[in-house]
Design a binder for this molecule. Structure first.
Ligand code: FES
Length: 165
């Protein structure tokens, strides 16, 4: 048991990430733990002030005993978990997600995506050039609200910002 800066006790959870011991406060996500351990997990729909939307699935990791890959951004860490972040299955899944996205929208202004496309050796052009582009101009409602669906990565951050927040 440790205490928060306000003196509130919270339980620490112990589990492993890629075979190494990890320790995070109860309530942390797998992504929180991975970041604390210095792991670079790609994310697109996750944000500090947002509720996880589980929309992009580019953050998936393997958890021992789980049938499917799990989204690190929303799955809470549990004591005794064995998390693997860099398996062939997780890497392949991230690669396909990035390829599908890059084949259908313009990612040139999406932070870090170029780096991840390279890291995962994604080949979006295997679906054909600009496979599913809308080729529409941006919709400009006013100076603050511009929607360019050719760049929409379906992260739901605009929905969160304009609606929930
Ligand atoms: S960042 Fe986890 S599902 Fe998008």
């Amino acid at each position: 048991m440790t205490v928060t800066p306000l003196g509130i006790p919270h339980r620490m959870l112990e589990f492993t990430i890629d075979g190494e011991e990890a320790r995070v406060p109860e309530g942390s996500t797998i992504l929180d733990a991975c970041r604390a351990a210095g792991k670079d997990i790609p994310t697109l729909c996750e944000g500090d002030t947002l509720r996880p939307k589980n929309a992009c699935r580019v953050c998936v990791v393997e958890v021992e005993g789980a049938r499917t890959l799990v989204p690190a951004c929303s799955r809470k860490a549990e004591a005794g978990m064995e998390v693997r972040t860099d398996t062939e299955r997780a890497r392949h899944s991230r690669k396909v997600v990035l390829e599908l996205l890059a084949s259908s929208v313009d990612l040139s202004t999406t932070p870090r995506v170029a780096e991840w496309l390279k890291e995962y050796e994604a080949k979006p052009d295997r679906f054909g050039p600009d496979a599913a582009r809308l080729n529409e101009g941006p919709k400009i409602d006013n100076d603050l609200y511009v929607r360019d669906y050719d760049k929409c990565i379906l992260c739901y951050k605009c929905v969160d910002a304009c609606g929930d927040q």
